[in-house]
Design a protein around this ligand. Structure first.
Ligand code: G
Ligand code: G
Ligand code: MN
Ligand code: NA
Length: 255
């Protein structure tokens, strides 16, 4: 496929692949308490190629490790840059695909990204989906334990859409649950979605996890999530994913 060749070239180029950042806000104070790094590909001829296209492509053609290294490297360096410019430090979350979570070298890769950037481990957060954890549960668990010992944060992304295996939830050393945006989207009109969100919050808190709602777009959604006891919101209502520069301005603005 032609796009595969282009992705190879993009990895070697220096400016085609970059990260946007979406802030996560404390649901009560509105303070920024975290950021999610989201990979973008701006191709000189094709324009913006969406991650829903190039991430699966990278997974299937063996480029996901290189792409993941790039995301980790960029995110760690950016986090150090923000901290050095005096902004209050917050964890920066990087998405890792199932393929990456199954690879035995992942903990070393992450240790390297931290060492090379000088970022303290507590400011790096790694996201995994439930299906990623099912891909190769033993390898994933071993990696997660090593990362926990290093002091890196971990979150379960798109929670509720995979095969919610509650025994994994108990055994995996994670810090955060992210309620999938499919439950948030119609939370004001579908009672089932409200109940599911309430249950995820309650369960998360019983397991001492903080709970993030994704895809929050309206004040109505925010109100119900706050009533449910949800801790953190992420979504267009607070901010879209923005450039590193714009994100720094949001943080400096005391948001
Ligand atoms: O904002 P959005 O269109 O960026 O993201 C679409 C999907 O791509 C999401 O599922 C997100 O988790 C995934 N994604 C974005 N950036 C990365 C990345 O750096 N690595 C991996 N594995 N997935 C990513
Ligand atoms: O799969 P993951 O949760 O990593 O991907 C997050 C995706 O959700 C990204 O594509 C991001 O751009 C998108 N996103 C973030 N906030 C909102 C929102 O409020 N509404 C919608 N529809 N998408 C959002
Ligand atoms: Mn995510
Ligand atoms: Na998600």
């Amino acid at each position: 496929l032609e796009l595969e060749g282009e992705l190879h070239l993009a990895l070697a180029a220096n400016d085609q692949l970059y990260l946007d950042y979406q802030p996560q806000a404390d649901i009560r104070s509105g303070r920024i308490v975290g950021l999610e790094a989201l990979m973008r590909w701006r191709h000189p001829r094709l324009g913006l190629v969406g991650p829903m296209r190039f991430i699966p492509l990278a997974e299937s053609c063996g480029l996901i490790a290189a792409l993941g290294d790039k995301a980790l490297d960029l995110a760690c360096r950016q986090a150090v840059h923000w901290q050095n410019s005096g902004l209050p430090p917050v964890p920066v979350a990087v998405n890792l695909s199932a393929v990456q979570w199954s690879q035995p070298g992942l903990a070393d890769t992450i240790r390297q990204a931290l060492t090379q950037s000088g970022l303290a481990p507590q400011w790096l957060e790694l996201e995994l989906t439930e299906s990623a954890s099912m891909h190769n549960p033993m390898a994933t668990l071993a990696t997660m334990k090593a990362l926990r010992e290093m002091g890196v944060m971990m979150s379960i992304d798109d929670f509720g859409t995979g095969f919610c295996n509650l025994s994994y939830l108990k055994r995996f050393p994670v810090d955060k649950l992210k309620i999938d945006q499919s439950f948030v989207r119609e939370i004001t009109s579908l009672p089932d979605d409200l109940v599911i969100s309430q249950l995820v919050v309650a369960m998360g808190h019983l397991l001492h996890l903080s709970v993030v709602a994704e895809g929050v777009e309206t004040e109505g959604q925010l109100t119900l999530l706050a009533e449910a006891g949800c801790d953190i919101i992420q979504g267009y209502y607070f901010s879209r994913p923005v450039s590193a520069e714009a994100c720094g301005e949001l943080m400096a603005g005391g948001k």
